[in-house]
Design a binder for this molecule. Structure first.
Ligand code: EPZ
Length: 419
């Protein structure tokens, strides 16, 4: 087991390059199962979740060739199993994309109920509603989800909840269904567009990804030898933008798509943070006078729920009272208990966190409760007076490539030690 040891109050300065998007890669790799050949994926983040997903796909017969740390060649020619039931399936929520991908390839799938962070109940009823609309029979027994269909036929599906996972999963299952599938009230996240672009490059016929109506015209088969590059990680980029502002630093965040960052950029400017946008980078600099603001997390293009924990740390630096309303998950404030050990003045009232800014944090031993809470712990350590130890850092390794090295390159006093 490792921990991070951070000595705070150093301003971050310099440049950092953002890795490929975790939540895009978690959909693109299973999407490769819809073609029966080889493809190459670039800018894949070198993180634990991807390592685990590759292991699960290898158990189905997929062969991976690592061209370099961030480029993989996927060979699905020998994939002969539709049963994804290894122990690894519990380790990440993104394993649920194997439902749509295996159903789309075999008209059958047996998968273990997905795992993931404890952000509250994380149902998959909308995924199942979509699969059943396409003609699949779905049974849940002994912790397994069993899906089967004579054939998949296009349908109109209205999502009761704007769900990223359900939107992507239904898209995967519909790509080779007979006829047209329409997903209404679809999620619009950038990674949905990235996965749709990859599928279209393989010969799928998907229109409207990135809007709330996605139309998929089924095709008989997908072609091979496609090369696709994963988009930059919007959440990692936001995490470093927030850390730069929180430490009163001056950082150029590179390999980003500024349009994907708009909700955060707008909020930072409201707080009196300097934001300079370039084609594929954003420069963040801030002084010590930050305005208090109110944030509400919403589906894209709203403020992303995955930046909610890091944003809370920044609001602790603002003068006066700020609030965060968590509009997506019902239990995403658990990390606040850890921050209280550092002197954070935050009270939670249901889905609203009321943050009293302007009080210094002092270093303390704290633990990551999920990957985004882990990022918040690191930023808290970066601004606190004295030494902070962060435990349970496997959560951070799940979603952030070389986070420690990236913060060290910006001048942070942070190191990983075994404990
Ligand atoms: C994805 O989770 C991401 N995970 C999450 O990122 C992210 O926080 C979330 O989208 C929202 O952007 C991956 O992409 C692997 P949802 P997902 O379905 O798909 C409810 C991270 O840190 N819902 O959009 O599970 C659900 O309970 C992780 O990278 C249903 O009710 O999120 C939630 O309240 C954390 N029924 C809301 O919808 C369903 O069938 C949004 O969930 C599905 C979801």
């Amino acid at each position: 087991m490792d921990k991070l040891v951070i000595h705070g109050q150093r301003r971050l300065k310099g440049e950092v390059t953002i890795s490929g998007a975790k939540n895009a890669a978690l959909g693109v790799l299973p999407a490769a199962l819809l073609s029966c050949d080889i493809c190459t994926i670039e800018n894949v983040p070198d993180i634990l979740d991807i390592k685990i997903l590759k292991r699960i796909m290898e158990s189905l017969g997929t062969r991976f060739e690592d061209i370099d740390n961030n480029t993989i060649r996927i060979d699905t020619r020998n994939v002969n199993s539709y049963q994804a039931t290894t122990e690894d399936m519990h380790k990440l929520r993104g394993s649920y994309y194997l439902m749509g991908a295996l159903l789309g390839r075999f008209n059958k799938a047996v998968v273990t109920f997905p795992g993931g962070c404890n952000l509250g109940v994380r149902p998959i009823d909308q995924h199942i509603k979509g699969f059943e609309s396409l003609g699949a029979k779905v049974e849940i027994e002994h912790g397994l989800i069993k899906l089967s269909a004579e054939k998949l036929v296009g349908a109109s599906i209205y999502l009761d909840v704007v769900s990223v996972g359900a939107t992507i999963n239904i898209m995967l299952a519909a790509v080779r269904a007979e006829g047209v599938t329409t997903i209404e009230n679809a999620a619009r996240e950038p990674h949905i567009v990235d996965i749709a672009n990859f599928l279209n490059a393989m010969g799928a016929n998907i229109k409207g990804a990135g809007t709330d109506i996605i139309r998929i015209r089924g095709v008989k088969q997908l072609k091979c030898n496609v090369v696709h590059s994963i988009i930059p990680d919007q959440i990692e980029a936001g995490t470093f933008m927030i850390a730069a502002a929180a430490t009163q630093g001056d950082v150029l965040v590179k390999n980003v798509i500024p349009k994907h960052m708009e909700s955060l950029t707008a909020k930072l400017m409201e707080m009196n943070v300097n934001v300079e946008e370039f084609d594929d980078s954003i420069r963040i600099s801030a002084g010590d006078k930050l305005n208090n603001v109110n944030i509400k997390t919403l589906p894209y293009p709203g403020f992303p729920t995955d930046l909610q924990p890091p944003a809370a740390i920044l609001l602790l630096r603002a003068q006066g009272i700020s609030t965060i309303t968590e509009g997506i998950f019902e239990n995403r404030f658990q990390y606040i208990e850890e921050l209280r050990r550092m002197g954070a003045k935050i009270r939670v009232e249901g889905r609203i966190a009321v943050i009293e800014g302007g009080y210094p944090l002092t270093g303390a031993p704290i633990k990551a409760l999920d990957l985004r809470a882990g990022a918040a712990c690191v930023i808290a350590g970066l601004i606190a007076e004295g030494e902070t130890e962060v435990f349970n850092i496997h959560y951070i390794d799940r979603g952030y490539e070389r986070m420690v090295e990236k913060f060290q390159s910006l001048g942070a006093d942070i190191k990983r030690v075994s404990c």
